[in-house]
Ligand binder design. Structure first.
Ligand code: SAM
Length: 308
């Protein structure tokens, strides 16, 4: 896990109360920790980290209404919502499902970047890039076309693990990612001709029509609630008979939900419909998991779609 985000209140005493509260929280004394956090917020009413932690503790204590109030205060104190209080409000059913705060994703992966590969590959047995690679080869074989691509886009490229898997089959890679620190790591690989710090939808919108023959997104669409706008842009930037391959987390029900791991899970029917509505043709949709949760593969989907 990345280091926990801490935004100082600017008040030394309030910050110290917060530190004590965290110690107590980690030792399991949740009631005393909540009390100290309340003191900290009395000293510094716009102390987002204290409100957010208080929200988590109230949630752990089963105090739903108080947890909601604390998460709302955290977001008011930090409207960018770097802690992701809105995600907890969604999980608590206090708000409708909506997109992830970009500042939250950026802060999360900026903190994650130094140990990302070890954490994902070693601890979670991450296999997203290998799954995409195999699926793209299969899709190309099925239409008797070689699996070589001139221009590929890597959405949510992270440190570049997916580009590494495709390196021999792609002439020019462009990577797009919200996190500057992840992009710094990707730059060090030397695999990308161009790297852009941007939300994938905005990054795609800046690209010319029919300018890529492959688009991949390994373990990145799990941070996107509504797939349709991204898929529509992908269709526009792909050449005819271009390919899109991505991994998702999924659930048995309808539509999109936010999972306990704070990533979206997209239902299979929703994915089919979105691909169709975007004007793409589905080549492959199979149950396949890109990473483990608690040492077991979580429910996932592997998706390949093509332009007509
Ligand atoms: C779990 S990592 C996967 C990275 C890489 N694709 C890989 O396979 O190792 C998810 C990445 O997606 C990026 N990301 C999440 N939401 C994004 C968005 N809306 N636009 C661009 N990048 C995003 C994150 O910053 C992070 O680097």
């Amino acid at each position: 896990m990345p280091a926990r985000l801490f935004l100082s209140s600017g008040d030394l005493v309030a910050d110290r109360r917060f530190d004590f509260a965290r110690d107590l929280q980690l030792k399991g004394d949740l009631v005393a920790a909540a009390d100290l956090l309340l003191q900290a917020t009395e000293l510094a009413p716009r102390f987002a980290s204290a409100w957010f932690t208080l929200g988590e503790i109230r949630q752990q204590l089963g105090e739903r209404d108080a947890a909601i109030a604390a998460f709302q205060a955290a977001r008011e104190a930090d409207p960018e919502d770097r802690h992701g209080a809105s995600l907890h409000l969604m999980l608590l059913g206090a708000e409708r499902l909506s997109s992830m705060p970009q500042a939250y994703v950026r802060a999360l992966f900026d903190q994650y970047a130094p140990k990302f590969e070890a954490a994902l590959v070693d601890d979670l047995d991450y296999r997203g890039p290998a799954l995409l690679f195999k699926a793209v080869l299969t899709a190309r074989n099925a239409v008797r076309k070689p699996a070589f691509f001139k221009h590929a886009l890597d959405l949510g490229c992270g440190t570049g693990l997916a580009a590494a898997a495709f390196a021999r089959e792609v002439d020019h890679f462009i990577g797009i990612d919200l996190s500057p620190r992840m992009i710094e790591k990707a730059r060090l690989t030397g695999l990308y001709e161009q790297l852009e710090v941007a939300d994938m939808l905005h990054g795609l919108r800046g690209r010319p029509d029919a300018s890529a023959d492959l688009v991949i997104a390994a373990d990145a669409m799990v941070y996107v609630a509504d797939l349709l706008p991204v898929l529509q842009e992908v269709r526009r930037v792909l050449v005819g008979r271009g390919l899109l391959a991505f991994t998702l987390e999924t659930h048995r029900g309808e539509g999109v939900i936010l999972g306990e791991g704070l990533r979206y899970a997209h239902g299979a029917a929703y994915v089919r419909r979105s691909i169709e509505d975007a004007g793409l043709a589905l080549s492959l949709l199979e149950n396949s998991s890109a990473r483990n949760e608690d040492n077991t593969p979580g429910p996932g989907l592997l998706v390949v779609a093509a332009t007509r």
